[in-house]
Design a protein around this ligand. Structure first.
Ligand code: FES
Length: 362
């Protein structure tokens, strides 16, 4: 068989194209309409109809239940399921949300199998532009399909389906509130732009939790640190604060680095502290090249020059690594002079970048 054997013959304006044999490599199995119980026995048809409507009608009730559970069940409550403990809110939302989707699916299947017409219809392939006759045929088929769906006679299914699909989005909208409170400028200032660093807070080693003395550090050494006050926090608050306040403390030969005039009193004899959070998308950084004073981010290779106020020398990051102003207390321990002067971490839309250190600033 070559390709021309498959060209249809006949005038398309006169009706559907006629394909030469052997066009179908296998016999057309066809689909015969077999009478269903619901076709032959009207009470069974009415029962199936009521079942479909019943299933769809439960969906709005479940949507209301979903929203009530979302607001009413405390987030810290757990329920025992056999040997397991599960979060009560998650169980409630999963059951109601899952049942909503399942009921719409079951109703659609039940409707299709028991009530919709199942006569086979054939749609021949043809060029994209339809003839007026084909368009009229198509509209006829659409009308026939609407009749076969029995929506005309059983209008309540259509109404119930529209109602079910309409409310099924409501729980999703409610869940948007879990994205957190709206980010007003003052909320941003007091949350993601603020850390627990403050004047007099000691720098501690993040493994041993011992305060770091200026005399403990050798030239070329890098230590991962965090604020001493973190030890007084717990749970989620502790994790959030560590994520913002983590630092690296490095000691370099003051003669081999650039210390701008505005940051002379931010360092102690070549000891400088920087945020450990990459300004690209927030990976923690501590790949330290002691001879070049470069700090390399393992995620996308952004490289910061800690000997030049943390400016970016390579990679996708656009902002210098924020530097923490430090000094020593009367016992010789390193302490912060203040919080970071610019927000730490990756950029976000509302962030004001005017105060970031730029290469060449003094
Ligand atoms: S997160 Fe550091 S380079 Fe991307």
């Amino acid at each position: 068989m070559n390709s021309t054997d498959l060209e249809p013959t006949g005038d398309r304006a006169d009706g559907p194209p006629v394909y030469p044999q052997p066009y179908h490599p296998v016999p057309d199995p066809g689909i015969e309409h077999t009478q269903r119980f619901t076709d032959a026995y009207p009470p069974a048809g009415r029962r199936a109809y009521a079942q479909v409507v019943g299933m769809l009608s439960l969906v709005p009730l479940l949507a209301i239940g979903f929203i009530v559970i979302y607001f009413a069940v405390p987030r810290g409550d757990y329920i025992k399921l056999g040997p397991l403990y599960a979060n009560a809110l998650n169980v409630g939302l999963s059951v109601t949300g899952g049942l909503m989707v399942a009921l719409i699916g079951f109703a659609a299947i039940h409707w299709a199998k028991q009530l919709m017409g199942d006569e086979e219809s054939i749609d021949y392939r043809h060029p994209m532009v339809s003839t007026p006759q084909e368009r009229a045929e198509f509209l006829g088929m659409v009308d026939a399909g609407i009749k076969q769906s029995n929506l005309g006679r059983r209008r309540l299914i259509g109404v119930a389906l529209l109602g079910a699909l309409g409310v099924v989005g409501a729980p999703a909208i409610v869940l948007l509130s879990d994205m957190g409170p709206y980010a007003t400028p003052s909320r941003i200032r007091n949350t993601i732009e603020k850390t627990v660093w403050a004047e007099g807070v000691r720098l501690v080693n993040d493994i041993t939790y011992t305060p770091i003395k200026a005399t403990d550090l050798e030239i070329g050494q890098l230590v991962n640190g965090e604020p001493e006050v973190i030890a007084h926090l717990s749970g989620e608050q502790k994790l959030q604060e560590i994520a913002k306040a983590a630092i690296v403390v490095v000691r370099m030969d003051p003669k081999s680095i650039k210390i701008p005039a505005s940051r002379q009193n931010w360092q102690v004899g070549g000891i400088l502290a920087y945020s450990k959070i990459c300004t690209h998308v927030g990976c923690p950084i501590s790949l330290w090249e002691r001879t070049t004073h470069h700090l390399l981010c393992p995620c996308h290779q952004s490289t910061f020059d800690l000997g030049d106020s943390g400016v970016v020398v390579f990679g996708p990051a656009h902002r210098s690594l924020p530097q923490l102003p430090i000094t020593v207390d009367s016992d010789g321990y390193l302490v912060a002079r203040s919080d970071f002067t610019v927000p730490v971490g990756p950029s976000f839309f509302e962030r004001d970048s005017r105060h970031d250190f730029q290469k060449g600033d003094n």
